[in-house]
Design a protein around this ligand. Structure first.
Ligand code: BG6
Length: 510
């Protein structure tokens, strides 16, 4: 978690300099699915950014493994072309591609053509990687995870002999329910030791997600308030304006619950609700995250709202409903939205509901955690024209804006006491001058240096699936599906979920 510590001190240039992460170790980065979309869109740009930041060893090389009949030169050219589109500066403006950085990186990219199911592919890899540190990145469809890891085990590629390390990074989806996640973990652990496995959740690569821990545990004044005595409830939102895009085949069998909740949403919840770890050591952090997820009450059916978008308007443009999207069954029962009320059964959070919601084609793109504090006693203001005190809310903005907003009451200037709501905002980009980032740089770099803090352990993943498992079963019932127009705040039933508790969601759209 070196990156957290480094970025926390980055407002002071000198301090930042002293905290510059060290160069990664020498080794080979093997990408299964080297010709695929994820590799083009995120992995190569991230490795390029690491190269540009001087964090790659001079003896670092990359092997792409895929079945496509393409020459290594053509593959390098394809990467170059997609880099021009995808190298980003904080995810927005494109920055110029530095020719010399790219040239050096390109010269270290090799290609192995072969099937993931063929032992010969692994024999070739074994020859090319003998006695070298290796990271195997599984940027492939989930059905290949088990097969590839079995081959890594059988071919000896997973064996750490002669002082080298062998690590495996696995993308999501990690299973499709609790039973399949448990089975996949067992299969991986037959071939690898837990400390060799790096299960990715790209939300943990987001600076502001990591910042939740830095904010809570490196400041003295948040933690004393961070409990059931002072907090009324918490809202976690991961709203998107995009629809199913070109992914209908994947999404139809997945839906919003599987796609977002056991992984990304549970990570946000765990970062917000976990106890302070005894250190920033990977296991210490992951122990606390698992504990809090395990403390979540078994879901009740009336605490879950599933929704699917119908035709509507996004940014002034008409858009189709989910069932009209290409590749989607016209009678599909897949949810594109879910809201849940979760209760954490521990000393800190007993009685404090965590309302979470995520969905596609909503009013705005917004990921945030909003901590709603209990109201101040009204006694002092009962003789003043105050109908309602502005609730104190601390909003942790994850995207698209990154920062923290505090909302509280202040006296409106004038001879009488009138109170109004005000906001105080810390904007990440105003304070910190961050380098180009896709979000994967930290994760790849941390794996290179053997820091698994930002990766999920087997028990973290299983705890997330255990929370949502009942909702997957209720999802089979067509009556559980509500609809909402694209571009809206979500289904009405989700508003009712909070209204029942005399609360309401913060608005997603402006
Ligand atoms: C992915 C999901 O894991 O996360 C996508 O499969 C979703 O459906 C995406 O769009 C959201 O990620 P981000 O970083 O845009 O919030």
């Amino acid at each position: 978690m070196e990156s957290i510590i480094a970025s926390a001190s980055s407002q002071i240039d000198d301090a930042r300099h002293e905290n510059m992460p060290r160069r990664g170790p020498p080794g080979v980065f093997v990408i299964f699915g080297g010709g695929g979309d994820l590799t083009h869109r995120l992995l190569v740009p991230a490795i390029y950014n690491l190269a540009g930041a001087g964090l790659l060893d001079s003896d670092f090389s990359i092997i792409m493994v895929d079945w496509a009949d393409i020459s290594p030169d053509q593959l390098r050219q394809d990467f170059h072309d997609s880099l021009e589109n995808f190298v980003t500066s904080r995810g927005t403006e494109a920055v110029a591609l530095h020719g010399d950085v790219w040239k050096r990186l390109a010269s270290r990219i090799d290609y192995v053509r072969g099937s993931f199911e063929d032992g010969a592919t692994y024999d070739t890899l074994a020859k090319k990687t003998a006695n070298r540190n290796c990271i195997f990145y599984l940027a492939v469809a989930a059905r290949f995870f088990g097969t590839i890891v079995d081959h890594l085990g059988q071919s000896g590629l997973a064996r750490e002999t002669g002082g080298v390390f062998r690590r495996v990074i696995i993308e999501k989806p990690f299973g499709s329910d609790l039973a399949s996640a448990v089975a996949l973990n067992a299969r991986l652990l037959r071939n690898l030791d837990e400390r060799q496995i790096y299960r990715i959740d790209h939300y943990l690569g987001k600076e502001t997600v990591q910042n939740i821990l830095a904010l809570r545990f490196s400041n003295g004044f948040f933690e004393p308030l961070w409990n059931r005595d002072n907090i009324d409830h918490v809202q976690i939102t991961a709203a998107e304006t995009v629809g199913v895009e070109q992914r209908a085949k994947f999404y139809e069998g997945t839906g919003a619950v599987r796609d977002m909740v056991p992984n990304h949403v549970m990570q946000l919840l765990a970062m917000t609700a976990m106890e302070a770890p005894i250190s920033f050591d990977a296991d210490a952090v992951r122990d606390e995250k698992t504990k809090v997820l395990k403390a979540i009450h078994t879901l009740q059916r009336h605490d879950v709202v599933r929704g699917q978008y119908t035709a509507g308007t996004i940014k002034g443009q008409p858009v189709a409903g989910y069932r009209e999207e290409p590749g989607v069954d016209p009678h599909s029962g897949t949810e594109t939205y879910v809201a849940m009320k979760l209760q954490i059964d521990n000393w800190r959070w007993a009685g404090v509901p965590f309302y979470v919601r995520t969905g596609k084609r909503l009013a705005a793109r917004k990921t945030e955690v909003a901590i709603h504090f209990k109201s101040a006693p009204y006694a002092l203001f009962r003789d003043t024209p105050v109908d309602k005190l502005t609730p104190n809310i601390m909003m942790l903005h994850i995207q698209p804006t990154e920062g923290v907003t505090m909302q509280f009451s202040a006296k409106i200037p004038g001879p009488t006491v009138h109170l109004g709501g005000v906001r105080m905002k810390f904007d990440y980009s105003e304070w910190f001058h961050e380098g180009p980032s896709t979000g994967y740089e930290t994760l790849i770099y941390d794996c290179m240096i053997g820091d698994a803090t930002l990766f999920q352990r087997a028990d973290n993943i299983e705890a997330g699936w255990r929370v949502v498992q009942p909702a997957l079963e209720w999802g089979q019932d067509p009556a559980s599906l509500n609809v909402y127009p694209a571009g809206s705040e979500g289904p009405k039933a989700a508003d009712d979920l909070l209204a029942r508790d005399h609360r309401h969601w913060l608005k997603i759209g402006s």
